[in-house]
Design a binder for this molecule. Structure first.
Ligand SMILES: NC(=O)c1ccc[n+]([C@@H]2O[C@H](COP(=O)([O-])OP(=O)(O)OC[C@H]3O[C@@H](n4cnc5c(N)ncnc54)[C@H](OP(=O)(O)O)[C@@H]3O)[C@@H](O)[C@H]2O)c1
Length: 302
């Protein structure tokens, strides 16, 4: 599938790498640093350009910019009518996760649907920390989604399965606030199985029942619900120094037929190592990614 990313930051960059690694065609846009877009595109054998080009390219648009920049980026994309749009935005106005949250007269989903008339909006990729996406996908973690367009949700669920997530459809805009900042499943990783149990509780007993189960799963001693990021240091104790980023290691393999060549990149970052497969159409193009990868890999992790 062709996926146009608008906002190639922590979420958009990491998700784009996952989609490209699963063999989808990706187009990165929306960074104010063209070098960053180009680097992402080189590593993933993707393309880069303007937000408008990303929308023209994508059968699916992955819209992932900070809340205060949403209108500015929508002015650059042009109309999203008819497009399947994955909306990852959370309404933080002064930085996250500790920043202030805009008080809206409507839900986030309804607010964004109004700003993107005709878009086939699916709210998702907004409950997990960006750095945890690769590992969470590899674990088959729950990826919650909501939307009013069933076919759009099914297309997005397919993309999630392709990268390893367990899609968990919570319903439509009436159910969506459970995923928003402060909602029962916001900011925590649940196993696929637990996610599906939460969805069943929501459908059976409504938001209170779902929130009760989410709390229960969170409190379980051997909880599969994970809090993203390292635990905070106690007051007065300096946090441990982040692990020095090491150069990325590049391995080449001809084993991933039917594509002619497959490249596996090991990213090393303070958040941990993770591997990404990029697919090249030619050996020459794969050779070309050696140079950017020999530097500091932390720039590649979004
Ligand atoms: N980070 C998370 O863990 C997380 C989790 C769930 C949901 N979300 C939500 O997902 C969305 C994206 O988050 P993120 O963490 O990926 O953000 P981010 O790392 O800051 O990336 C934002 C992207 O938008 C671009 N952008 C374009 N115009 C901008 C402007 N005027 N101001 C700021 N950025 C601009 C940035 O470009 P540059 O490269 O030029 O900065 C960057 O590519 C947000 O709405 C956030 O609330 C984030």
């Amino acid at each position: 599938m062709r996926i146009g990313i608008v906002g190639a930051g922590r979420i958009g960059g990491n998700a784009g790498k996952l989609f490209a690694g699963a063999g989808h065609e990706v187009f990165f846009s929306g960074s104010r640093e063209p070098d960053r877009l180009e680097q992402l595109a080189v590593v993933t054998f993707a393309r880069s350009g303007s937000p408008r080009e990303a929308v023209e390219f994508g059968e699916v648009v992955f819209f992932s910019v900070p809340w205060p920049a949403v209108d500015e980026l929508l002015a650059q994309t042009g109309s999203l009518a008819g497009k399947i749009v994955i909306d990852t935005t959370n309404q933080f106005v002064t930085g996250e996760p500790e920043g202030g949250v805009e008080q809206l007269p409507k839900t986030v989903a309804e607010t964004n649907q109004e700003r993107m008339p005709g878009a086939r909006l699916v709210r998702t990729f907004n409950t997990l920390a960006a750095d945890s996406l690769p590992e969470a996908a590899a674990r088959g973690a729950a990826m919650f989604l909501t939307g009013e367009d069933a076919a759009a949700k099914e297309a997005v669920a397919g993309l999630m399965r392709d990268v390893g997530f367990t899609p968990v459809d919570l319903g439509g805009w009436a159910e969506e606030p459970i995923m928003d900042v402060g909602g029962a499943v916001s900011g925590l990783e649940y196993s696929g199985e637990d996610g599906l149990r939460i969805a069943a509780a929501l459908s059976r007993g409504g938001p209170n029942e779902a929130a009760r189960l989410a709390r229960e799963l969170r409190a379980r001693p051997a909880s599969t619900a994970r809090r993203p990021g390292p635990p905070a240091s106690p007051p007065g104790v300096a946090p441990p120094a982040p692990r020095q980023a090491e150069p990325a290691r590049l391995h080449r393999s001809r084993a991933c037929a039917p594509r002619p060549l497959c490249v596996t990149v090991t990213h090393t970052s303070p958040a941990g190592d993770w591997e990404q497969r990029a697919i090249s159409r030619t050996a020459e193009a794969a050779e070309g990614i050696r140079a950017p990868l020999s530097g500091d890999s932390s720039r590649l992790t979004g």
